[in-house]
Design a protein around this ligand. Structure first.
Ligand code: NG1
Ligand code: ZN
Length: 531
């Protein structure tokens, strides 16, 4: 077949280093950028096949998120803007690891297994972050797409969630919005401005927010968006990439893991600040108090704020919709208690990785999902959106209920439901704080986090650790969980678990306890049991 000759010719320009084995992990392929050229070519091929199979547009995003600038990565986006399915993650790994001479065989195997009509048209949307390696790697994806006769629209520099959004808009024929950056900014910002009309007398201080752009793509996109905000949100942007290094001593991951403010941000006591990560799909908030003490408001606090707001609106609207919060093992124990015992919302715990949270959230009318690190969004079922629309259009309801229905509609519109999105989450949080007339301190005071610590341990083979119960318990190596259990018993309000990372060659240790000293000591002791 003509295409295969072209694939064969082109692939010799993007050879695989013999013996190199990489795996499509939680966030796609991710490693040092120098090892990724052949991967990009092959993911261009695979995205084209996925498009032929689904008869829809598929996304390819080049980023390594919060990892260092020297790394890069790639992930595929399925038609509705969600992560690619598990079977295709498997194909991605097979294709990535095929030695040069076996590439066509593996490709044909996928085509046969999936009964793909190779002459079907294919469309791919491509995006990249600001890493220095991203430009040439994205050219290589283009080579892969064209080798199989696919069409590629290159969006250039975009955040990961922006590309997810474009793919969803394209495949829903514009029902979700226009598949353009202008369309994205105007949908989100118009909804934000409508929401803030429900906030009375906002002062300039309340409209002001400091944003740490992690020296990445999020900073560029915040700048692009600003004029759409019509001064309803005044952003002081720090770490905008003009001086500092991507993710270095800054960004959401740094702030969350180190539990301290990023460098490069001017923080005035009491003022709201937030940090994005390197591809702007995560956000965390924080402030320092008058004593200089740092306060972090992570994904758990964000999920609590959003679910409280939505639950109140549903009660006011008289809508009987089932709302749930989806978390992972990293969720602070205090947040889970607060949500279950005080808020009385359903809480689910899934494995780490947004695809797991996303799927669990889809089971409810409204599913709020957040990883503690600030990656998350809210999903509304079709039925929930319809009920809200019917209420908004009902001529017989009171003005009060009408206002609540419109609030819910604008809340839906400010949210990027395809994936966690720092920009969209920021607008939603800012709108909620404005509407509730709430300061960051009042938000923080909803519940007190249990002190916690996260550590990384380098081991020779992290795969020897196998877990169960949403990664909260280790089933191998034998005896390890029993040791962890006995260590946990030494401390009050303590919890700890270990799991192999899906994105780095490390084992992660998490511990929480009544005091920071206990959490630190427990994390340290548990890390010594990992070998
Ligand atoms: P791993 O490396 O599997 O722990 C990390 C994050 C995930 C998720 C992915 C993808 C933690 C503890 N883990 O996964 O939540 O965001 O990266 O970026 O934050
Ligand atoms: Zn990210």
């Amino acid at each position: 077949m003509a295409h295969f000759e072209e694939v064969s010719n082109q692939s010799s320009r993007h050879p695989k280093p013999a013996g190199l084995v990489l795996q499509y992990g939680t966030a796609g392929f991710r490693t040092n950028a120098k090892q990724l050229d052949h991967i990009m070519f092959r993911m261009g091929l695979l995205a084209t096949l996925r498009s032929k199979k689904t008869k829809a547009t598929i996304g390819v995003m080049i980023t390594a998120s919060h990892n260092p600038e020297e790394d890069n990565g790639v992930k595929l986006i399925d038609p509705m803007g969600e992560m690619v399915t598990q079977t295709w993650e498997g194909y991605a790994t097979q294709l990535a690891n095929a030695e040069q001479q076996d590439l066509l065989t593996v490709l044909k195997d996928i085509i046969d297994k999936e009964a793909i009509n190779v002459s079907q048209e294919a469309h791919v949307f491509l995006g990249k972050d600001t890493r220095s390696s991203s430009a040439s790697l994205s050219q290589t994806v283009l080579d892969g797409v064209s080798a199989l006769g696919g069409h590629c629209k290159d969006y250039g520099l975009v955040t990961t969630p922006q590309l997810h959004y474009m793919v969803c808009c394209q495949n829903t024929q514009g029902k979700y919005g226009d598949a353009t950056l202008e369309g994205y900014y105007s949908k989100l910002c118009q909804a934000f401005i409508q929401l803030t009309k429900n906030a009375s007398n906002r002062t300039d201080d309340q409209k002001h927010l400091s944003v740490d752009g992690a020296n990445g793509i999020g900073a560029l996109k915040v700048r692009e968006m600003e004029r759409h905000l019509k001064r309803e949100l005044k952003i002081s942007l720090f770490n905008d990439g003009t001086e500092g290094k991507l993710n270095h001593q800054c960004g959401a991951d740094f702030v969350k893991v180190q539990q301290k403010p990023p460098t490069g941000v001017k923080i005035n006591p009491g003022e709201r600040c937030c940090s994005f990560d390197g591809d702007a799909d995560r956000i965390v908030y924080y402030y320092t108090d008058s004593e200089g003490q740092f306060h972090l408001l992570d994904g758990d606090k964000i999920a609590t704020l959003i679910s409280t707001f939505l639950k109140e609106l549903l009660i006011q609207a008289g809508l009987d919709l089932k709302i749930a919060v989806v978390q992972t093992a990293y969720a602070n124990g205090s947040s889970t208690h607060y949500l279950e015992d005080t808020m009385k919302v359903i809480v689910r715990c899934t494995k780490t990785g947004v695809k797991h949270l996303h799927h669990a959230a889809q089971e409810f009318d409204i599913g709020v999902y957040f990883e503690a690190n600030g990656h998350g969004t809210v999903l509304f079922s079709k039925a929930a959106e319809e009920k809200i629309q019917q209420l908004a259009e009902n001529p017989n309801i009171s003005d009060g209920k009408k206002r609540v229905a419109l609030l819910l509609q604008n809340t839906i519109n400010v949210i990027n439901q395809t994936i966690g999105d720092a920009i969209s989450d920021m607008l939603l949080i800012e709108a909620i704080l404005a509407i509730k007339g709430m300061t960051v301190q009042q938000w923080d005071a909803i519940y007190a986090d249990l002190p916690n610590r996260q550590l990384k341990v380098r081991v020779s083979d992290r795969r020897v650790i196998d877990t169960t119960d949403a990664e909260r318990r280790a089933v191998s190596p034998p005896g390890m969980q029993e040791t962890i259990d006995s260590l946990v018993k030494k401390y009050r309000q303590a919890r700890s678990f270990v799991r192999p990372s899906g994105t780095e060659d490390v084992v992660r240790v998490y511990a929480e306890a009544e005091t920071q000293e206990s959490a630190d000591a427990l994390a340290h002791e548990v890390s010594l049991t990992v070998y």
